[in-house]
Design a protein around this ligand. Structure first.
Ligand SMILES: Cc1cc2nc3c(=O)[nH]c(=O)nc-3n(C[C@H](O)[C@H](O)[C@H](O)COP(=O)(O)OP(=O)(O)OC[C@H]3O[C@@H](n4cnc5c(N)ncnc54)[C@H](O)[C@@H]3O)c2cc1C
Length: 677
C-alpha cells in the first residue's frame, strides 16, 4: 500500500482492494457493543484551556466583540483595512490582553504563560490582527524588554504596551532572511559625537518585510553589525526613530512592500538607512555596550555565543507563532468536521436518503487524524509555553533547559505551522466548492496563515536548529557553534560518543529498565493501542535516525570532505531525525496528558484521539519501520486497520470534539457550512 503524502492515507493496491472486497463491509457507524464516550464539551474545553482558561475566555470574548473585522477584511479597500486593523489592535491593547507578558511596573501582568495563551487564542480570529499584535507587542516590545535595560524599559515599555507608540522589529534584509549573522546594516560608533551612525551598506542590505514599517511605526528595533573603533562585534540591536510627524526620519528611507498573498492588514515595508544618527543609549545593551569613551564590553566573551544568546532571548515570538498556527488549524478543522456532519452526498447505504459525508470512511480518514493531531499539538504547545514561562520568569534557571527550550520551540513552531497549512487545505477540500467561498473562512485562513511556515524562522531552517541541539546535546560551547562548527564537532567525535552524548540516548538509557521495547519480538507482540508500544516505536526511530546522521557526518569529515558539503549531503537525514525527535515529543505530551486525567468519558475520548494520532504517525512512515525491522507486513496492515477502526469509533463524537476546541461561533462564520443553530 502506498502513502498519499498529502493526507497520510493509504492508496490502495489491487491486493488491498481484493482483500477489502472479501472482508465484510465496514459499518458506516459502529454497531454492536461499542458505546462512544459521553463527552461533556465544557469539561473537555476546560482540559484544553488548562490553567489559562480565564485568559483564553477574555480573548474569545474580545474576538466576538470585534467580529466585524472578519467581514471588513473582505469588504474594505487595502488602505482602509490597514487602518481598521490598527484600530482593533489598539482597542485590544486597551483591554490589557496584549500586556500580560510585560513587567507589572510598566502596566503588564508579569505572566508570560498568560501572554502566550492570549496570543494563541487570538489566532481564532482575523490573522492580520494577530500578526500586527505579534509585531507590536511580541517582536518590537519583546526586543526592547529582552535586549534592552532599565533605561529602555523606562522610556518605551509603557507607551508601547498601551499601543500609543507603534514600532517595528527590523531584522530581516532583502539579502539575508534566515542567515541573520550575515546582515549588512552597519552601526558605526562615532566617539566624538557619542552617536551611532546606521547605514545600509549594500544593494541587498535594506530591511525587508518589516511589519509596521510602511505606515504606522514610529521607531524600529534595528539589527545591525556593531563596529567600534574599526572593530566588528557582531549583530546588535538599536532603537531607531524611523518616522517623525508621519514623514521618514532623517537618514531613513521607507517603501511599502505593497499587497501580499495575505495579511494585508499589516503594513510591511522596506527600510534603508543612510547615516541615520542615534545616541549611544539607543543600543539595546543587555548583552553588549559601548561606554562614553567608545570602549566595547560584553558579559559574553565569544561573539558567536553572544549572537546565539541574543537570538535565543527572542524565542517567545516563535512559541507564539507556533501556537497561533495550531489555533488557526482549529478553526479549519471545526468548520470541516461540522460541515461533514451535515452535508449529504450519494445514497450509499440506503435508497432514499443520501449519506452524511463523515460516515464515509475516506472522509473520516481525511479529517479525523488531523483533528487528533490538532489535539496532540495543542498539548505539545502547552508544554513549550509552560517551559517558556519558567525560563523567562526565572522560575527555571538551568542553562541546559534554556537551550532545550530553544530547540523545542523551533521544532514545535515548525510542526504546528505545517499542520496549520495542511489542515486548512484539507478542510477546504473536504467542504468542496462551498469551502471556496470567502464567507466560509478558508480563503482568509489559507492566504493569511500560509507565511507562518516562513516567518519567525523558516521551518526547514528551524528543523536544522533542532538537529544541532540533538547532535551536540546542548553541550558546553553549543552556543558557539554555527552549522559548520556543529559538523566539525560531530566529525571530531567517535560515532558512539555522539550517540551516547545525545540527550535522547541519555534519556532512553536512563529509562531503560522502566521502558519496554527491547527486542523485535516485543515490537511484534505488543498491543497497537498500548501507549508504551507507540512511544517505543517513535523512540526507536528517533535514536536510530540520530545515530545515522552522526555516522554520515563523521564518515564525510573523516574522509576529508568539506564539512559544509558533508552536511548538505546528509541534510535529508538531518531533517528526518529532527522530525522523528519532534514527533516523539508531541506524542509524549499527548500520552502524558491523557495519563494525568482522572478516569471518565473525557479521558476515554482523548485516549481514542491519542491512539489515532500515534498510529497515524506510525502508519505514515511504515515503510521506514518495515525497512528497519520494527513492522512486519502483517503488522503494518494491522496498523492501517486499527486507524480505520479508531476513525469509526471517533466518528460519533466528532461534533463534540470540535466543539470542545471552543472556536467562538462568530469566528466560524460559514453559516451555510456549519448551520445557524
Ligand atoms: C509577511 C511577512 C512578514 C514578515 N515580518 C517581518 C518582520 O516584522 N521583521 C523581520 O525582521 N522580518 C520579517 N519577515 C521576514 C521573515 O522573517 C523572513 O522571510 C524569514 O526569516 C525567511 O527568510 P527569507 O525570506 O530570506 O528566506 P530564505 O532564508 O532565503 O529561505 C528561502 C528558502 O531556502 C531554504 N533555505 C534557507 N537556508 C537553507 C539551508 N541552510 N539549507 C536548506 N534550505 C535552506 C528555506 O527553507 C526556504 O525555503 C517577514 C516576512 C514576511 C513574508
Amino acid at each position: 500500500m502506498a502513502t498519499d503524502t498529502a493526507t497520510s492515507a493509504p492508496r490502495e493496491t489491487a491486493d488491498d482492494i481484493r482483500e477489502a472486497a472479501e472482508a465484510p463491509a465496514a459499518p458506516a457507524t459502529i454497531k454492536g457493543d461499542y458505546q462512544p464516550p459521553a463527552v461533556d464539551v465544557p469539561a473537555l474545553t476546560a482540559i484544553l484551556d488548562g490553567e489559562y482558561a480565564e485568559v483564553r475566555q477574555l480573548v474569545r470574548d474580545n474576538l466576538v466583540e470585534h467580529e466585524s473585522i472578519l467581514t471588513d477584511a473582505e469588504e474594505m479597500g487595502f488602505d482602509e483595512f490597514r487602518e481598521r486593523v490598527k484600530e482593533v489592535v489598539q482597542e485590544l491593547a486597551a483591554t490589557g490582553q496584549s500586556a500580560m507578558g510585560f513587567p507589572e511596573e510598566y502596566g503588564g501582568a508579569g505572566d508570560i504563560g498568560a501572554s502566550i495563551a492570549a496570543f494563541e487564542t487570538l489566532a481564532l480570529g482575523d490573522l492580520s490582527v494577530l500578526v500586527k499584535v505579534g509585531v507590536q507587542f511580541g517582536l518590537f516590545g519583546g526586543a526592547v524588554l529582552q535586549l534592552g535595560t532599565k533605561r529602555h524599559h523606562d522610556r518605551y515599555l509603557e507607551p508601547l504596551i498601551k499601543g500609543e507608540l507603534l514600532g517595528c522589529f527590523a531584522m530581516s534584509e532583502h539579502g539575508h532572511g534566515s542567515n541573520v549573522q550575515a546582515l549588512e546594516t552597519v552601526a558605526t560608533y562615532d566617539a566624538e559625537a557619542g552617536e551611532f551612525s546606521i547605514s545600509t551598506t549594500s544593494e541587498q542590505g535594506y530591511k525587508d518585510w518589516i511589519g509596521n514599517a510602511a505606515l504606522h511605526g514610529e521607531v524600529a528595533v534595528v539589527f545591525a553589525q556593531l563596529r567600534v573603533a574599526g572593530e566588528d562585534h557582531g549583530v546588535h540591536a538599536f532603537v531607531v526613530p524611523i518616522r517623525v510627524d508621519g514623514e521618514a526620519a532623517p537618514g531613513v528611507r521607507i517603501e511599502d512592500d505593497g499587497r501580499k498573498m495575505g495579511l494585508n492588514g499589516v503594513d510591511n515595508g522596506k527600510l534603508w538607512f543612510d547615516d541615520a544618527r542615534v545616541p549611544r543609549e539607543a543600543l539595546l545593551n543587555r548583552f553588549g555596550d559601548v561606554d562614553e569613551d567608545g570602549v566595547y564590553s560584553s558579559p559574553i566573551e565569544s561573539a558567536n555565543r553572544r549572537f546565539f544568546t541574543t537570538i535565543g532571548t527572542l524565542v517567545q515570538g516563535r512559541v507564539c507563532v507556533g501556537g497561533g498556527g495550531i489555533n488557526a488549524a482549529k478553526v479549519a478543522i471545526t468548520i470541516a468536521v461540522k460541515y461533514a456532519l451535515r452535508r449529504r452526498q450519494f445514497e450509499a447505504t440506503s435508497e432514499d436518503v443520501e449519506d452524511i459525508l463523515l460516515d464515509y470512511g475516506q472522509h473520516q480518514r481525511r479529517l479525523l487524524p488531523l483533528l487528533a493531531r490538532t489535539y496532540a499539538l495543542h498539548f505539545a504547545q502547552e508544554i513549550v509555553a509552560r517551559e517558556t514561562h519558567d525560563v523567562f520568569t526565572g522560575a527555571n534557571t538551568d542553562e541546559g533547559d534554556r537551550r532545550r527550550l530553544e530547540s523545542r520551540a523551533a521544532g514545535t513552531k515548525a510542526l504546528g505551522t505545517w499542520h496549520c497549512t495542511r489542515t486548512i487545505q484539507e478542510g477546504r477540500e473536504a467542504c468542496g466548492g462551498a469551502g471556496y467561498l470567502a464567507a466560509n473562512r478558508f480563503a482568509a485562513l489559507k492566504a493569511d496563515s500560509d507565511i507562518f511556515t516562513t516567518f519567525e524562522g523558516d521551518n526547514t531552517v528551524l528543523m536544522q536548529l533542532v538537529a544541532k541541539g540533538l547532535l551536540t546535546d546542548y553541550a558546553g560551547g553549543f552556543e558557539d557553534l554555527d552549522q559548520l562548527g556543529m559538523v566539525r564537532f560531530v566529525g571530531g567525535l567517535a560515532v558512539e560518543t555522539v550517540v551516547e552524548r545525545t540527550s535522547v540516548h541519555k534519556l532512553f538509557s536512563a529509562l531503560k529498565d522502566a521502558l519496554p521495547g527491547g527486542d523485535a519480538k516485543w515490537y511484534e507482540e505488543a498491543g497497537l493501542l498500548d501507549p508504551d508500544y507507540q512511544l517505543a516505536m517513535l523512540r526507536f526511530r528517533e535514536e536510530h535516525m540520530i545515530g545515522g546522521v552522526a555516522r554520515r557526518l563523521k564518515r564525510g569529515v573523516d574522509a576529508g570532505h568539506n564539512p559544509g558539503a558533508v552536511f548538505s549531503r546528509a541534510q535529508d537525514h538531518v531533517i528526518g531525525a529532527s522530525h522523528a525527535h519532534m514527533e516523539r515529543l508531541v506524542l509524549e505530551a499527548f500520552v502524558d496528558k491523557v495519563r494525568s486525567l482522572p478516569e471518565g468519558d473525557e479521558r476515554t475520548a482523548l485516549s481514542l484521539l491519542c491512539d489515532l494520532h500515534a498510529l497515524s504517525v506510525i502508519e505514515s512512515d511504515r515503510a521506514w519501520f518495515m525497512e528497519h525491522g520494527r513492522l512486519t507486513v502483517q503488522r503494518s496492515k494491522a496498523v492501517t486497520r486499527e486507524v480505520n477502526a479508531l476513525c469509526r469509533r471517533i466518528r460519533p463524537i466528532a461534533g463534540e470534539l470540535v466543539d470542545a476546541l471552543a472556536v467562538p461561533r462568530a469566528m466560524l462564520r460559514a453559516d451555510d457550512l456549519v448551520g445557524t443553530d
